[in-house]
Design a protein around this ligand. Structure first.
Ligand code: HEM
Length: 122
């Protein structure tokens, strides 16, 4: 491996995407802070990061061919739901990750959903 670690024949190598997404040496000191605006430039454009830093869709020749489609779909769903509904997590509920092959929340994520008033600010 690049750091000198030797692998025996047949060894399995896993990398923790969850861990990588929270590493200070990759994302900097504020890596644990929820600061979505870090992904928006002063001009309002999306900050583009190296696919090798965020490897959820893999990187290089094995990069997911559906990556852009998946992002477009996620943004469309989030924007559509948020435009019509107010989604609130109950005060005091802490989302605890349950790390398996895919990421679940150990105690779920209870939310209340209210339809937004047309033209309202809430
Ligand atoms: C959040 C959603 C998604 C994630 C996290 C994801 C993740 C990945 C990853 C990690 C790989 C590489 C697998 C490997 O190296 O063996 C991959 C490959 C692939 N993905 Fe996705 N994917 C997503 C959505 C999609 C969607 C929506 C499509 C199709 C519309 C898609 C189509 C593919 C295909 C065809 C490959 C194989 C590419 C190749 O080997 O050349 N993916 N995906």
């Amino acid at each position: 491996m690049p750091d000198g670690t030797r692998l025996t024949k047949g060894a399995r190598v896993f990398c923790s995407l969850h861990g990588m997404g929270r590493m200070e040496e990759i994302w900097g000191k504020d890596c644990e802070e929820f600061r979505p605006e870090r992904w928006i430039t002063k001009e309002g454009r999306i900050v583009s990061e190296s696919q090798f830093k965020y490897v959820v869709f893999n990187a290089g020749p094995r990069l997911c061919v559906g990556k852009r489609f998946a992002y477009t779909q996620m943004k469309m769903v989030a924007a559509t739901v948020m435009a019509s509904y107010q989604v609130r997590v109950p005060e005091g509920h802490v989302a605890v990750p349950k790390v398996t092959t895919t990421l679940y929340m150990k105690y779920g994520l209870p939310v209340t959903i209210h339809r937004r008033e047309l033209g309202g600010q809430n």
